[in-house]
Design a binder for this molecule. Structure first.
Ligand code: GAP
Length: 436
């Protein structure tokens, strides 16, 4: 994909109401994004498909929605206060800051040229920079009232392990899934919504007997890869990246990333980690509470190992946008998989007379009980098609003079632009078969 692809996608996202820069009227705030009408539907579909796959379609995973603000001791126990850092360097000349481990990709904000090799002599020695945002709880701003905005949703799951276990009557192996906001004071955010300071994670922690950890790690690695293919990402744009010892996070014994080929290179989309019993043991030590498990079948106590699948909702949205974006001689089109498309069908009267708007509005009213549709009667029909193409709407229905004679409509398919005549009473069945 051309190097200006990200600019084009960001501009389409603004034009069609997917994503806007946060606080734009004040000049924007760096690395924070707002989702507009189309974007919020797209992101909801991504999250819903993840939730459906991991909770609704299984009986061994429970859901959770834990608080963003947690007891500060959670983050001491988890190792984040001490170790959730990135190495940072400053430029002595232009005062810009960069991640020391990402200098190859860094661009000087002043000269717009690559930082290496030119700026190398001007850079300071790397120093550790903690990525957690801090704030204060209560009216007094002092050390004892510091709380953190969570940098991952996972810890909310670990500290609730026993709370979920008893009422759900689950037995190990089982998992807990959560979707929620996370915050990181990234040194070098960028690439549109790829790396931001406020983002959403879709995380699942699967608790297993220590001896079964490797088997479950491999199982989840494959399941997660299949999920991306199922939402329309081509396998040729996906790959695994196994972490070497130097890359492993402080909590992980084994880790593999699912990477996607973005216009700016192969980058992490999701991490699958064997976190061993690290987190539960640390919370046991710091809280003094027993978080071990009694396995009745094996008649033994143990602290479960955790296999984590950690995906970014915003990064998945970017992935489906990049995957879908296509430029054709006559149009720009988002070829979304119908499952993620924000709107499933555009519904138009060909002209605003002869009862066509009423008939089209009635069809829209019927179909919107089942999925999201968009009724549009303004402008030339070709222009209405193009607008829906840029929104990634898989089908458009047009009510024309033939509809008034035989109650059939024209259904136009987005990718092939092929048109078919479909009886209006058969539309729901027609779409059920095609929308997946
Ligand atoms: N609980 C483990 C964990 O948080 P991670 O690899 O740091 O692991 C998991 O993050 C996923 O969260 C990433 O693969 C990515 O999709 C998403 N993510 C992480 N930092 C992000 C950021 N600054 N902006 C957007 N998404 C981010």
């Amino acid at each position: 994909m051309a190097s200006d692809a990200m600019d084009k996608i960001a501009s389409l996202c603004k034009r069609r109401g997917f994503v806007f820069q946060s606080s734009e009227v004040y000049g924007g705030i760096n690395a924070c994004w707002d989702y507009g009408p189309a974007g919020v539907e797209l992101k909801r579909n991504v999250k819903e498909l993840w939730w459906q796959e991991l909770t609704q379609l299984r009986d061994d995973i429970e859901g959770l929605d834990s608080a963003i603000l947690m007891h500060p001791r959670v983050w001491h126990a988890s190792g984040h206060v001490e170790g959730f850092t990135d190495p940072m360097v400053d430029c002595r000349v232009c005062k810009a800051r960069f991640r020391a481990d990402q200098l190859e990709d860094a661009v000087c904000p002043k000269t717009k040229k690559p930082v290496l090799p030119e700026c190398a002599p001007n850079l300071t020695e790397p120093r550790a920079f903690n990525l957690m945002f801090k704030t204060f709880m209560g009216p007094v701003e002092e050390d004892s009232s510091v709380v953190y905005l969570r940098p991952e949703t996972a810890q909310g799951i670990y500290v609730n392990f026993q709370n979920v276990l008893s009422p759900s009557r689950q037995k190990i192996p089982f998992g807990i899934a959560q979707i929620g906001k996370a915050f990181r004071n990234e040194i070098s955010p960028g690439n549109f919504i790829f790396r931001s300071r406020e983002f959403e994670q879709m995380e699942m922690q699967f608790f297993v007997p220590p001896g079964d950890a490797l088997t479950w790690f491999e199982y989840w690695r494959d399941q997660r890869m299949a999920w991306y293919e199922g939402i329309g990402i081509s396998p040729t744009h996906l790959r695994f990246h196994e972490h070497g010892p130097a890359e492993l996070a402080h909590y992980a014994k084994q880790a593999v990333d699912i990477e996607y080929e973005f216009p700016f290179g192969w980058k992490e989309l999701e991490g699958i980690h064997n976190r061993t019993d690290f987190d539960l043991r640390r919370h046991m030590e710091h809280s003094g509470k027993d978080l071990s498990y009694f396995d009745q079948e094996a008649n033994q106590h143990y602290v479960p190992y955790i296999i984590e699948t950690s995906a970014g909702a915003d990064r998945t949205v970017l992935t489906v946008l990049v995957e879908a974006y296509a430029e054709e001689p006559e149009r720009v089109v988002l070829r979304f998989h119908p499952k993620v498309a924000p709107v499933k069908a555009g519904i138009f009267p060909l002209v605003k007379r002869d009862g066509m708007p009423d008939r089209a509005a009635a069809i829209a009213a019927d179909l919107r009980k089942h999925f999201r549709v968009f009724y549009d009667e303004k402008g030339a029909v070709g222009r209405r098609y193009r607008r829906q193409d840029e929104l990634g709407t898989p089908y458009c229905i047009t009510v024309d003079s033939q509809t008034l004679a035989d109650d059939t409509v024209t259904v136009r398919e987005r990718d092939s632009m092929a048109q078919a005549r479909v009886p209006s009473e058969g539309l729901l069945a027609y779409f059920r078969e095609r929308l997946g």
